[in-house]
Design a binder for this molecule. Structure first.
Ligand code: UDP
Ligand code: MG
Length: 321
């Protein structure tokens, strides 16, 4: 018997949070009525991703008045996708939704996702952002480039503008758990699974409080993990760059030989300098690309866990309605 059947919990809602003390009250004020309104047994799996502010203390206090709230505290900050992994693996519901803690994804839509999944027997319901006008111009442009790139690399089945707000069936969650890899980018892995899926459209709201936990460095990391996790194409780009520069060099050799044979002495400094720079640059780029993949192999071989659970309060079944 699956854990979902054992506990009778229909819906788990995973909320990764990193230093979200300022957003928590507003989150609870909207998430709780939205979930209570569905009228079925649920749990909220709040994954505290090693916050250094008051987030874990606040969660503990909130649990006193909200038995459906479960806190999973990670020992240190493991990153958004790792926190999602922890939540997905520990959630027991027949359906598992994931949502950001900053209310950029409307909690009221979870009910709609659940209804759609049941009505059309879908395993995956994506939240697709209809309007990102509240995101900064920089965020919108980088996101646009990101979705353009991954749709070319992974395929058309990746819905554009679908982030980590989605609902998964128990089967889809189990399929994800089977995957051995550590660097997970769920917005690519989930469509890759190939389950029947649907979409719920929503307007991306403004972050309710606090600041983004995705600085440019983490955005670049997510993009690199997305590409190297799904495609060896960049390695082939390196090969083609190598071939191209080799051909260019051949032409240059012919050119310099004929200049030499024609008896024209050239100063030659510029071409030499440019040539050395060019080859050096191409080689560095290729070595860097190789490095990205080697790093991936390295962490895969180490097989270290993506996250460490320091504490899991569980839900309180006696207090469930
Ligand atoms: N988050 C996390 N660990 C991290 C970074 C972010 O758990 O290392 C959580 C964060 O608390 C939020 C969600 O991931 O609930 C999305 O982050 P954020 O809203 O800062 O990203 P943005 O919406 O700016 O892309
Ligand atoms: Mg956000």
């Amino acid at each position: 018997m699956s854990s979902a059947a054992r506990t009778g919990i229909t819906l788990s809602v995973v909320v990764p949070m990193f230093n979200e003390q300022d957003a928590l009250a507003a989150l609870v004020a909207r998430l709780r009525p939205a979930l209570d309104g569905i009228g079925e047994p649920y749990e909220v799996v709040a994954v505290d991703d090693g916050s250094t502010d008051k987030t874990p203390e606040l969660l503990h206090d909130l649990r006193a008045g909200w038995p459906e709230l479960r806190m999973v505290r990670l020992r240190r900050n493991c990153g958004h996708q790792a926190a999602l992994t922890a939540g997905l693996e520990l959630a027991v519901g027949a359906y598992v939704a994931s949502i950001d803690a900053d209310l950029q994804d409307p909690p009221e839509k979870v009910a709609e996702m659940l209804a759609l999944a049941r009505a059309e027997r879908l395993d995956i319901v994506y939240g697709v952002r209809e309007d990102r006008s509240t995101d900064s111009g920089f965020k919108r442009r980088t996101a646009g480039a990101y979705y353009w790139l991954i749709r070319r690399l992974v395929g058309r089945q990746v819905p554009a503008q679908a982030g980590d707000f989605r609902l998964l069936s128990r089967e889809a969650v189990e399929a994800l758990r089977e995957l051995p890899e550590q660097h997970r980018v769920y917005r690519l892995l989930v469509p890759w699974l190939g389950f029947p899926s649907g979409e719920v459209r929503y307007v991306r709201e403004e972050r309710v409080a606090g600041r983004t936990k995705y600085p440019v460095g983490k955005m670049v990391r997510l993009a690199l993990d997305s590409v190297t996790g799904f495609s060896a194409a960049p390695l082939r780009v390196a090969t083609w760059l190598g071939v191209l520069s080799f051909l260019t060099c051949l032409l240059l050799v012919v050119f310099s030989l004929s200049v030499y044979l024609a008896g024209m002495t050239v100063p030659g400094w510029t071409s030499l300098f440019v040539g050395v720079l060019f080859i050096g640059a191409v080689q560095l780029v290729c070595v860097g690309l190789l490095g990205e993949y080697v790093a991936r192999i390295y962490t895969a071989v180490q097989r270290r866990p993506a996250y460490f659970v320091a504490e899991d309060t569980g839900t309180d079944p006696t207090a469930q309605r």
